[in-house]
Design a protein around this ligand. Structure first.
Ligand SMILES: CC(C)(COP(=O)(O)OP(=O)(O)OC[C@H]1O[C@@H](n2cnc3c(N)ncnc32)[C@H](O)[C@@H]1OP(=O)(O)O)[C@@H](O)C(=O)NCCC(=O)NCCS
Length: 172
């Protein structure tokens, strides 16, 4: 099995993005507004994603989503089912956390997936309990599509099943 991590300018064929998008669309833990072939490709070609390639096939993806000048969300983490729990998620997370585009920015991640959270800790993300500061609420719970808008203020998942982490603590 040949494995490598790809970053732009390594080019991918257009069928590649269709396949990756289909695989990621099956995952409930990933914000589905971000998994179209166009989104995945555009993000990668802007230097904001890392891909796990196995035998020249897409087998994993992690991306950075700029929310504003200052705040960048790391997410859309995906590893093909048969390759999970073998360290690949951690490897992609570590790679993305060192991309220079994050220098001087506050990078954060939100997840309910224990494997993603663990991989994030290994990449230098630190758990943060305040969902309004330093990352504004509009970029944390504001974007959430797991719960109805009127239930968000009392969300029972916040800081229980749902975890916010900031890279290196965001300098706090
Ligand atoms: C999240 C995801 C990318 C992690 O990738 P991965 O390759 O499995 O991650 P790693 O192997 O590097 O690390 C996962 C760690 O979590 C552990 N783990 C897996 N499931 C777990 C669970 N339910 N509870 C606690 N730990 C768990 C693994 O054992 C491993 O730890 P170890 O190395 O000490 O054994 C992958 O599981 C995935 O694609 N999930 C579906 C999509 C998704 O929900 N993404 C989250 C978006 S935020």
């Amino acid at each position: 099995m040949q494995v490598h991590l790809a970053v732009y300018p390594e080019m991918m064929a257009s069928e590649f993005w269709e396949k990756l998008s289909k695989d990621m669309a099956k995952e409930g833990g990933i914000l589905q507004t971000r998994t179209s072939p166009e989104e995945l490709r555009g993000t990668y070609e802007n230097g904001l994603a890392v891909i796990l390639m196995v035998d020249d096939e897409p087998a994993g993806y992690f991306a950075i989503w700029p929310m504003s000048e200052e705040y960048y969300e790391v997410g859309s983490g995906f590893i093909r089912k048969d390759l999970r729990s073998q360290g690949y998620g951690t490897a992609l997370y570590k790679k993305i956390a060192t991309l220079s585009v994050l220098d001087g920015k506050i990078a954060f991640a939100i997840s309910k997936n224990p494997a993603a959270i663990k991989a994030g800790y290994r990449a230098g993300f630190i758990r943060h309990l305040d969902w309004k500061n330093p990352v504004p609420y509009e970029f944390t719970c504001g974007l959430c599509d797991w719960i109805e808008e009127d239930k968000k203020p009392m969300c029972p998942d916040r800081n229980s099943s749902c975890t916010l982490c900031i890279l290196h603590g965001g300098g706090i």
